[in-house]
Design a protein around this ligand. Structure first.
Ligand code: FAD
Ligand code: EPU
Length: 283
C-alpha cells in the first residue's frame, strides 16, 4: 500500500465555520495515495470554506490533499503557451487559492484575480466554480485532472456544462490537479483589479463563517432578500445571521450544526422566493 497518513480528527478544525465532529482524515500526498483512498466511501475536504459539518462528524473517510497534490508548478509549458497566453504546469487541488492568486499577481499573470478573497483550495474552488462578480475559476482553467474510483481522466472546460457556482462535476469526482490558462499582464494591472474586486468584500463579516448560505436566485442578491425579510442579527444558540450581510451565517463561539440548520430553516420559511443552498451540509 502507498501509505496515506490517517488520523481521527474533529472536522471543526478544518472548517472556516469552526463546526463539525470527528472523522477519519486521510492526508493524501500523491496521485497513487489518492487512487487508493477512493477505493472505499469517501468525501473530499478542500479549504472547508463552504461546509456545515454535523456535530456527529461523518462516517466516510475524509480526504485532504497535501504534499505533491498541494504544490503549484507555474512554469509556462513551452508547447502550449503563446506570446500572450501562458499554460502552466500542474497545480495541486490542495493548493490554497489565496496564496496562488498572490503569486500570479506578482508574476503579472491575469485571469483569476477576480477570485481574490475566496478562502478555498484550488480543488474546491474548481469543483463549485467559485467566483465573484469580477471573475470565476473557470476563467483560468486549461485542463482538469479528475480522479474517481478506478480512473484518472483529463478534461477541458469545454467538456463540462459549467456556470454560476457550478462546474458540473458530480460530487466525489476529485479535482486532483489542474493546469491554468493565463494571460500576460503586469503585476500592477492585476493588483489594481484585485483591489477593485476586494472592495465588494468591505460589507462582509470578519467572523467564522462558511461564506454565503444561498446562491443568488436569478441574479438577485440572496442577502438582500434575507435582509428585507428582517432577519439580520437573528440568533439561534451560537449562530447568527450577520448584521453586516444577511447571506452570511457566523459562529459567535460554540455554535452547533443544529444552530446553523435552524437558521437556514428560518430563512427558507421567511423568504418567499425559492433559493438554492450554496453551503454543503455533511452528512
Ligand atoms: P470545501 O468547503 O472544503 O468543500 C466544498 C465542496 O467542494 C465539497 O463538496 C467538497 O467535497 C468539494 N471539494 C473540495 N475539494 C475538492 C477537490 N479537490 N475535488 C473535488 N471536490 C472538492 N465562494 C464564492 O464562490 N465566492 C465568494 O466570493 C466567496 N467568498 C467567501 C468568503 C468567505 C469569508 C468564506 C468563508 C467563503 C466564501 N466563499 C465564496 C465560499 C467558499 O470559499 C467556496 O464555496 C469555495 O469554492 C469552497 O472551496 P473549499 O476548497 O473550501 O471547499
Ligand atoms: N444587500 C442588502 N442587504 C444585505 C446584503 C446585501 O441590501 O444583507 C444588497 C447590497 O447593498 C447590494 C446588493 O445587495 O446592493 C448586492 O450585495 P453584495 O455586493 O454583497 O453581493 P451579493 O450578490 O450579496 C455576491 C456573492 C459573494 C461575493 C460578492 C462580491 C453570491 C451568493 N454571493 O454577493 O460570494 O463575494 O457577490 O462579488 O453569489 C459566496 O458565494 O460565498 C460569496 C460570498
Amino acid at each position: 500500500r502507498t501509505g496515506a497518513r490517517v488520523e481521527r480528527l474533529p472536522l471543526a478544525r478544518f472548517t472556516t465555520l469552526g463546526v463539525g465532529g470527528e472523522a477519519e482524515v486521510w492526508f493524501v500526498s500523491t496521485l497513487e495515495q489518492l487512487r487508493e483512498a477512493v477505493e472505499a466511501p469517501y468525501r473530499v475536504l478542500g479549504g472547508g470554506s463552504n461546509l456545515v459539518v454535523s456535530d456527529g462528524g461523518v462516517p466516510e473517510r475524509v480526504l485532504r490533499l497535501t504534499g505533491q497534490l498541494a504544490e503549484a508548478d507555474l512554469t509556462p509549458d513551452p508547447e502550449l503557451s503563446t506570446s500572450d497566453t501562458v499554460v502552466t504546469g500542474w497545480v495541486g487541488g490542495g493548493v490554497p487559492l489565496p496564496g496562488l492568486i498572490r503569486k500570479l499577481q506578482k508574476l503579472g499573470l491575469s485571469n483569476l484575480e477576480g477570485t481574490v478573497g475566496i478562502p478555498a483550495q484550488v480543488g474546491g474552488a474548481v469543483w463549485m466554480n467559485a467566483g465573484t462578480r469580477y471573475g470565476e475559476m473557470f476563467d483560468g482553467l486549461h485542463t482538469l485532472e479528475i480522479v474517481t474510483p478506478g480512473s484518472v481522466r483529463h478534461l477541458t472546460p469545454d467538456d463540462l456544462n459549467w456556470g454560476y457556482r457550478q462546474s458540473d462535476l458530480p460530487r466525489g469526482h476529485v479535482v486532483s490537479r489542474v493546469r491554468l490558462k493565463l494571460r500576460h499582464s503586469t503585476s500592477e494591472a492585476v493588483l489594481a483589479k484585485m483591489d477593485f474586486a476586494d472592495l465588494a468584500r468591505k460589507g462582509q463579516p470578519k467572523m467564522k463563517t462558511p461564506g454565503c448560505a444561498f446562491k443568488n436566485p436569478g441574479g438577485v442578491s440572496a442577502g438582500k432578500l434575507i435582509d428585507e425579510a428582517g432577519l439580520k442579527g437573528a440568533r439561534v444558540g451560537g449562530a447568527m445571521i450577520a448584521p453586516e450581510h444577511a447571506n452570511f451565517i457566523v459562529n459567535l463561539g460554540g455554535a452547533s450544526s443544529a444552530d446553523v440548520h435552524a437558521l437556514l430553516g428560518l430563512i427558507r420559511e421567511r423568504v418567499g422566493v425559492p433559493m438554492e443552498l450554496e453551503y454543503e451540509l455533511w452528512p
